[in-house]
Each structure stands twice: as structure tokens, then as C-alpha cells.
Design a protein around this ligand. Structure first.
Ligand SMILES: C[S@@+](CC[C@H](N)C(=O)[O-])C[C@H]1O[C@@H](n2cnc3c(N)ncnc32)[C@H](O)[C@@H]1O
Length: 267
């Protein structure tokens, strides 16, 4: 399905996602679980993927709805949930929908978009449609947590288009495959702030066969003040801007994250 950043197009991503070292070790889960505990139920996670954040949130006792456009990612999430105690499963509801326009039967105290799904939205129109949909499903004074990466100017200017970079540590899949992954920028559209990326997975099968799998997707980068303007336009008031999940303040490290905590603004 178009618009899901390749997560629907390439079934292999959902299969490998939870084993990728950078995802498995991503230091954001505690931040999101603590935010959910502070806000209380119910929570909506937009772009919930395989449940990397959603499942620990449900384990912490929160009722959570996970929304994602990719059936493949949701299938893995459902499979993972089957290994959880019934009480945890009962706290989770999964919905296949587009974050730009969705209909849900309840409102939420907290909406989160962990690990950059928002950057799969390439136009201001789509970004505002998403923020507008989220706002409609937030209780008065409810909180939105939105994280995107802070674009590194050095990286944007100096990284050659076409070259592979950032080889990651090898990881193993339970079926015996061993995988290494590299990144590649295929094109950089400076006018629309979109990079065409490839995540290149080199897979070695247990029988020695080698295979290359490629996840191609465009990713929009956003600058700090741009997100602030978007949030204001969409009816949010920013409470915090952090550079990392340890709540380090924006400006304390470069490039860091753009981790926004915003409240639904009501006049
Ligand atoms: C990098 S993954 C993040 C998954 C999860 N939040 C995590 O932290 O592991 C991005 C997710 O965004 C989802 N996504 C991309 N575009 C979407 C859209 N338009 N509507 C809903 N989900 C979308 C993808 O299917 C994918 O699961």
C-alpha cells in the first residue's frame, strides 16, 4: 500500500525488523512507557509497527491502541502478542489505518509516534492531515509525543549520494539466517527535503546461499522550527523539546533527536 514507507510493499522487513540490532537496542522504550504511565490510559500509538514500544506499554498496565498501515508489521505484532499473558493481550487493540486519515471509536490521553513514522509523510498537506487526525482523537489537554531525527547539516552536505555507508553489526534470525545491513542514499531532493534511501540487507542462509534484499523508501527530513510551526498550525502547544530519550535538552548534543512533547491547545 503506497505511503507506508515500504513497510507494506516489502514483507521481509516485518520479518527481520525485531532482530535489527539498532532497533532492538534503541534506547527510547523507557521514555515512552514512562510517558504513558504519567498520562494514563488510553494511549494511541501511531505507526506501532511490530509492537517494539506498544508491547512494553501494555505490559506496564496501559490500555493501548496501535495503528499502522502495514499489514505485515501488524501481523508480526499480533504474533508477538500471542506470547504475552492474557491480561496484556486484553489491553491491546490493533488497527490497520493510514495515519493521515483514520476513524477510531474513542479518544486518548496520549498519542505517540515513536521512531519517525511521521517522516514517511512527504508533504505539508499529509503532515497536517496526520496532526489534524491525531488532534481529533486527543482529550482536551491531551499530549502528543512526536519524534523525528534532527537533520545533520554535515551529513546532508557531505555524504555522497550513491555510496553505501554505516554497515551495522551482523544479526541472526531464529531460522538461522545471518544478516548485515548497510544504508545508501540514492537521491537527495534538496527542494522538497526528501532523501531516497535504501536499506540493503545482505542475507546468508544456513545452506550458504546469499541473497540481497533492498528496502527502498523516501524519507522527509524536518528542521526544528519547521516542526514547531507545523504543531502550532495544527493546534498544539509545545511543552518540551528534547534532544534524546534521557530528556537531555535540545542543544545539548548535535544532531540528536527532535523529540517534541506537545499538548492539545484549546482556546
Ligand atoms: C520505523 S517503523 C516504527 C515502528 C514502531 N513505532 C517502532 O518504534 O518500532 C515505521 C512504521 O510506520 C508505519 N507507517 C508508515 N507510513 C504510515 C502511514 N501513512 N500510516 C500508518 N503507519 C505508517 C510503517 O508501516 C512502520 O511500521
Amino acid at each position: 500500500m503506497a505511503g507506508a514507507g515500504g513497510y507494506e510493499e516489502y514483507a521481509f522487513i516485518a520479518d527481520l525488523y525485531d532482530h535489527v540490532v539498532l532497533y532492538r537496542d534503541r534506547p527510547d522504550v523507557t521514555f515512552f512507557v514512562e510517558a504513558a504511565k504519567k498520562a494514563g490510559s488510553p494511549v494511541l500509538e501511531v505507526g506501532c509497527g511490530t509492537g517494539r514500544v506498544l508491547i512494553p506499554t501494555a505490559r506496564a498496565g496501559l490500555d493501548i491502541v496501535g495503528l499502522d498501515l502495514s499489514q505485515h508489521m501488524l501481523t508480526v505484532c499480533r504474533r508477538r502478542l500471542q506470547d504475552e499473558p492474557e491480561a496484556v493481550q486484553a489491553r491491546v487493540q490493533l488497527v490497520q489505518a493510514d495515519m493521515r486519515r483514520f476513524e477510531l471509536g474513542q479518544v486518548f490521553t496520549l498519542v505517540t509516534i515513536p521512531f519517525r513514522p511521521f517522516q514517511h509523510l512527504l508533504t505539508v498537506e499529509d503532515q497536517l492531515a496526520c496532526l489534524g487526525s491525531i488532534r481529533r482523537y486527543l482529550v482536551e489537554g491531551g499530549t502528543l509525543i512526536l519524534d523525528v531525527f534532527n537533520p545533520s547539516l554535515d551529513f546532508l552536505v557531505n555524504r555522497p549520494v550513491g555510496g553505501e555507508f554505516a554497515e551495522e553489526p551482523e544479526f541472526c534470525v531464529p531460522d538461522g539466517r545471518r544478516v548485515t545491513r548497510r544504508h545508501k542514499t540514492v537521491a537527495h531532493d534538496r527542494f522538497n527535503q526528501v532523501n531516497d534511501f535504501e536499506l540493503v540487507y545482505d542475507v546468508r542462509h544456513p545452506d550458504g546461499r546469499e541473497e540481497r534484499l533492498v528496502h527502498s523508501f523516501p524519507l522527509r527530513y524536518l528542521f526544528r522550527f519547521e516542526v514547531e510551526h507545523l504543531l502550532a498550525r495544527a493546534g498544539f502547544a509545545i511543552e518540551h523539546l528534547y534532544a534524546g530519550y534521557d530528556k537531555s535538552e535540545y542543544g545539548s548534543t548535535y544532531p540528536g533527536e527532535l523529540l517534541f512533547v506537545a499538548r492539545r491547545a484549546d482556546s
